[in-house]
Design a protein around this ligand. Structure first.
Ligand code: SAM
Length: 245
């Protein structure tokens, strides 16, 4: 049985490790969400969109820990598969939807919060995306994002570090610093940025999770080579939170 308890994540530590590991689609979704939620105000009864929810591990956490109503929207994972993963934890009421992040099937002004764990990098770096996604928030609504980040902009480095390029290729261009995100969002005046920080423990958490997934599956996770070569020099996560005025 794989051990998955981690200092600093008391809420996540309460979840069944095998179930969390079975939902793996990248780095640890619950550690990222638990950290992000420190910069959000989530209250019972709120409507929350879990955007790019994958198998729905984070949707269970949102519903159970904060008593919010969750819409779990994802492109690659079938809603029936996500619903089964969610139901395995006895959580009822999460709505799973197949949705593309640019054509969301929701009413404008519907959500109190939109949360996006390890998915925003696939669609959120385009200049126009913030204006699109914030349409779905109520006034005062919150946007919370946890996304892979680099400690230095690739533009500044002038190249993609070799160990990152080997695994991720050009897609690493979407991995930015917290300062990049802060500027990108603040300049629009569409939101007030309430947090834009790099995780101190991001690289170590990602490494620990990748070891746990490798042990659980009995095969070495691809990210391990990249993380071991990095040693925390570039790789971590950005935690971003903003409020619609
Ligand atoms: C690395 S997985 C993370 C899943 C989940 N949030 C988690 O942390 O376990 C990225 C997710 O982003 C979703 N995604 C990527 N591009 C998308 C798009 N254009 N619209 C909606 N979802 C998208 C994928 O379907 C995938 O489930």
């Amino acid at each position: 049985m794989v051990e998955l308890k981690r200092h600093g994540y008391p809420r996540s530590n309460g979840y069944d490790a095998e179930w969390v590991l079975a939902g793996d689609m990248g780095p640890h979704p619950l550690w990222l969400l638990e950290d992000l939620a420190r910069d959000l105000e989530l209250r019972p009864g709120m409507r929350v969109l879990d955007l790019g929810s994958g198998k729905g591990t984070t949707s269970v956490f949102l519903a159970r820990e904060y008593g919010v109503h969750v819409w779990a929207a994802d492109l690659w994972v079938d809603p029936t598969e996500a619903a089964a993963h969610i139901a395995a934890q006895g959580v009822d009421g999460v709505v799973t939807v197949k949705a593309e992040a640019h054509t969301l099937p929701f009413a404008h002004g519907f959500f109190d919060a939109i949360v996006c764990i390890d998915a925003y990098e696939y669609f959120g770096t385009a200049d126009g995306y913030l204006a699109y996604i914030t349409q779905f928030l109520k006034p005062g609504g919150q946007l919370g994002v946890a996304t892979p980040a680099l400690r230095k902009e690739i533009r500044e480095l002038g190249h993609i570090p070799g160990h990152i390029k080997t695994l991720v290729g050009w897609e690493a261009l979407a991995w930015h610093t917290a300062d990049w995100w802060r500027f990108q969002w603040e300049i629009t005046e569409l939101v007030e940025v309430t947090a834009a920080r790099l995780q101190e423990s991001g690289w170590a958490d990602w490494l620990a999770w990748s070891h746990a997934v490798s042990e659980y599956r009995g095969t070495r996770k691809g990210a391990l080579d990249m993380l071991e070569a990095d040693q925390g020099e570039f790789l971590t996560f950005a935690i971003l939170a903003a409020r619609k005025p």
